[in-house]
Design a protein around this ligand. Sequence first.
Ligand code: AMP
Length: 194
Amino acid sequence: MRIVFIGPPGAGKGTQCRRLSAHYTIPHLSTGEMLRKASRDTPVGRVVGAYIDNGQLAPDPLVMRIVRKRLQRNDCRRGSLFDGFPRTVIQSELLDEHLSAMGQKVDIVLDLQVKEAELVERLLARAEVEGRDDDTAETIQRRLHVFRTQTAPVLDYYAGRGLIEQIDGQRTADEVFDEICDRIDTRLRNQEPG
Ligand code: AMP
């Protein structure tokens, strides 16, 4: 099973993905985490770090290279949970191409919805706890803008394929988790032959 998890920054994707990854025993592939790790130690890493710090998207070819490499590992045979990827329509198309060459596909796309005012509040609170460099008031606005302009079209892309499940993210983490599991289980049941 391949799940794409889409939501604006601060919607709670990371928290939900960690739980879902354990519950369904599929690897959690967070491009944000991968890019943050690649950061700083190498010339490419320093360039990537600059994109992250500015709240802009890293270039598609670079992101695709990292994802393709990760998908080659054995643990991805059973499935994968994509967190924060794809973030552009081009990434969605390239992911589809890559998966279809392996006889695989995206099975479900979770669209985690939270109002912008609440996102800003949550991100500023996270800044105090985690100290992420890209959780400043200015960068948060830029990341929300990037989401609206570059990532929201990804939802249209998948909606056209009937893959979207909209989830109300303005509830407790437990409630959101239960609802997501229900939606996934229903899709899985409907996929089973007979
Ligand atoms: P995240 O941890 O998902 O909030 O991502 C943090 C930052 O990493 C983003 O603001 C982007 O700069 C970069 N990033 C993460 N995923 C992608 C992606 N799929 N495409 C481009 N840039 C990304």
